[in-house]
Design a protein around this ligand. Structure first.
Ligand SMILES: CC(C)(COP(=O)(O)OP(=O)(O)OC[C@H]1O[C@@H](n2cnc3c(N)ncnc32)[C@H](O)[C@@H]1OP(=O)(O)O)[C@@H](O)C(=O)NCCC(=O)NCCS
Length: 167
């Protein structure tokens, strides 16, 4: 799947960490470069994500180095089962690759990761946070609606492939 854009959601609400009880003991921490293999594996088995050029190891490493406090992984028994990549550009926060392994979905881990990255982005100074959802990802769309994210109908997303020559 390429990195095309879909629905744009915005959040500027409070980012309290919500630790929902679950069957397992979990740990959320900063993603390390040694986690990249497990992250890429998780994304390859989790439908709904736009995995593209930005997910080759070199590009991912650059993203992790630029955004150390907002790239997070969730572990259970040392196994990596959840990710979220947050980026702060000095103005807005952006969230990519919120993913929970299919075997662990519906247990509160996605919300834990989302709330944690919101908290970290707010700490850096983000006043507003955006994320992108493919138009055909109905499940994620309903997830963000359920968590009160605002679906922007006043914005269209335009993209430019940086490999193209400028007009
Ligand atoms: C989207 C995703 C991250 C959600 O994570 P999750 O761990 O399954 O979700 P949670 O268990 O944390 O759910 C949190 C809340 O959202 C609700 N929810 C979860 N999925 C939902 C859905 N598809 N529709 C409506 N509500 C949903 C839960 O009931 C829960 O509600 P509550 O807090 O009121 O009890 C996960 O399903 C996933 O990895 N999907 C595939 C990848 C993807 O599409 N990512 C989004 C990319 S933009």
């Amino acid at each position: 799947m390429n990195e095309g854009m879909g629905l744009l959601f915005t959040n500027n609400s409070q980012g309290n960490i919500n630790k929902k009880s679950s069957d397992h003991c979990y740990q959320v921490g900063r993603a390390q470069s040694g986690d990249m293999g497990a992250m890429l594996n998780l994304w390859s088995v989790t439908p709904g994500l736009g995995v593209g050029k930005g997910d080759e190891e070199k590009a991912l490493q650059v993203f992790l180095e630029r955004n150390p406090s907002t790239c997070l992984v969730l572990r259970i028994d040392k196994g990596l089962i959840g990710t979220v990549l947050g980026g702060f550009d000095g103005r807005r926060g952006y969230i990519y690759h919120l993913a929970v392994h299919p075997d662990y979905q519906g247990k509160g881990y996605g919300k834990v990761l989302l709330n944690r990255v919101i908290t970290e982005l707010k700490f850096l100074g983000a006043l507003k946070i955006h994320l992108f959802v493919f138009n055909d990802n109905q499940s994620a769309t309903e997830f963000y609606h359920h968590l009160d994210w605002e679906l922007r109908r006043d914005i269209q997303v335009f993209s430019w492939d940086a490999n193209r020559d400028n007009k």
